[in-house]
Design a protein around this ligand. Sequence first.
Ligand code: BGC
Length: 757
Amino acid sequence: MKKAFAALLALVAMASCTTQSYKDSSLSPETRAKLLLREMTLEEKIGQMCQYVGPCYVPPGQGSAYSNIDADDPNLGKPDMAEKIRAGRVGSFLHVLTSTEAAGLQKIAAQSRLGIPLLIGVDAIHGNALHEGCTIYPTNLTMASTFNPGMMEKIGAETADEMRQTGMCWTFAPNLDVARDARWGRMGETYGEDTYLVSEMGRYLVYGLQGRDGLGEHNVLACAKHLIGGGEPAGGLNAAPMDMSERKLRELYLPPFKAAVDAGVATVMTAHNEVNGIPCHGNRWLVQDLLRGELGFDGFVVSDWMDIERMHSMHHWLESEDEAFKVSVEAGIDMHMQGDKYFESILDGVQSGRISEKRIDEAAGKILAAKFALGLFEDAEVKVREDHSVEGAAEHRQTALEAARQGIVLLKNDGILPLKEGQYRRIFVVGPDADSQTIMGDWAAPQPEENVITVLKGIRSMCGDAVIEDMCFDGKILSIDDAGISAARRKASASDLNIVVVGENSQRYSSYGITCGENNDRDNLQLPGRQQELLEAVYASGKPTVLVLLNGRALSLLWASENVPAIVEAWEPGMMGGQAVAEILWGKVNPSGKLPVTIPYNVGQVQTVYNHKHSQYSRKFALTHSGCLYPFGFGLSYTSFAYGEPAIASSEISASGSTTVTVDVTNTGEMDGTEVVQLYIRDEYGSVTRPVKELKGFKRVTIGAGKTETVSFDITPEMLQCFGAQNSWSVEPGDFTVMVGSSSADKDLKSALLTVR
Ligand code: BGC
């Protein structure tokens, strides 16, 4: 009976479809996509699955992406690309860097048989930063230090707005890698080492980019990447293999993707690496069973840059590229990022019966549905405006400034900070990062100088009538020589205060000295080049010295922590970062950032994460330090906070029960301040071994000097569950220690006992 009814419904649906048109904007994107698919040839459907790098994209020093194009050619690239678009064989572009190019490409697409618009994507990771003139927000690691997901949503919305102005409608963000090895150059692109923090920051970025009420004309598609496990690569090298238990995958790496899917993320990108011997781009279990089946993801999956081909060439897993293309489609990858051979290979595969056309319909249908949802079929025209009032708008820059203020972490302060106005007559600002655009981090194109407030500029605007002397080595981290170090020592001796600005360079389009960022992994965590010598030479002057770090990964800072009186970890605070640094140095802003990663003593301690297992450090290193230099969640303020004893509403609950923990936090200093109150939980004993503690909640609270705020957290079954010995999630009865405090270090936490019956 049920079957007959279902068949009847299908007939009715089909009959009504015959009278409907994909042009009817009152229909759902999915229905419109289905209707459009009926009118498409196989070639046109496969075309939707093909993405190419923008024809005018010219990575500095590499020539153009297509050997025979002239980047100034008004016809936009090599003639056969325009032909391909007109033939309906291109679904998407990435790295289209000007609105003029975007407008031109959409115009060509409109000339194709069905006029299907292009989906133009870009790595707008912290603002639409590959476009000149847009707002460059702090990088993700800096944002994670704010512990402020609401700020992520605001930044997402502003970024989307700036993207749509430039013709972009899809960003490859959020990056949801959980970064647990600082040698890996992409740490700065992530929200750090903790699953919960990554999940929260990522989730809110999706809300901001895509909007909470469906995609509007100011929204873009988000892309949760990279599925999965690339943040802990063997040897610290990008794309290296990952071997992990299913438990680790589910507990540590999958939750951020679940959070993004629950938030409605439209697209997902698979990771370069293999997991347990299967490259992610060919992993059917990962994409079909886990992502689509269990998490319920309904959008489309894009490959990472030419990673399908690499299942053959890099992983040596599949014997040919043709096989790799076929396996990727079967595994559930819907779009191929960049490269010439995919289209013909898939076409041949379907025509010869090796690849099912049903899968092609499914993949193309999902991509088309995304285009319908964005409203591109109604209006894909990119307006090239003279007026750039949205890109880099004053209000957006203000957000970038506020984000930088909240994300900078004060690691050490022997009392030298905050600096007082007029306290030091002569100030020496020294270091290759002092006046450099590296302050913006990776995935940012060089910006007009006047748009970027470097640390030197920030200091000049803040220091009153002090005399500033500077020495910035032309921004070249790796070019410091003996003469430079001697000169710095002399100048440091002649000054009243030295501010040393050193760190890394993650800017992929710098012409020299990149030390961090994608494919810039390192085998040590020292300051690169001779910056440590520079720091020690300046310090040896005996004059007060402050260290400001600009870097996209955790560095080993042992010497500095033992010697330099104040250390400011500014990470990569974006285009307004120099102002925020100066405001913190002079106490105009009270620092409130907290570390989203553990800072190890040295490289031998990578993976010294706070949420390790009990046995991990039961033994000590023979000759050096054990533990970590600065713990996850740590960051100083110019005021101090005292925590009361946490009170749990019901100290015994059932496995499905919830309760609340409440704590009083008092600002015991003389300055108003903001504290990130952190909640950690330890499952004392389980059917499998459990971490020493896990972050389960946090709240940023601003507390006036001398005032007390009461902070509460709900404790839900979701926070108590583990993936137990039976390979399933459950809350196991027993004792849980609930900890609340100012960092993940035991000495900073107060605890209470919770029993699950
Ligand atoms: C990166 C991705 C990025 C893509 C496109 C790849 O190399 O891994 O994160 O989205 O390039 O630029």
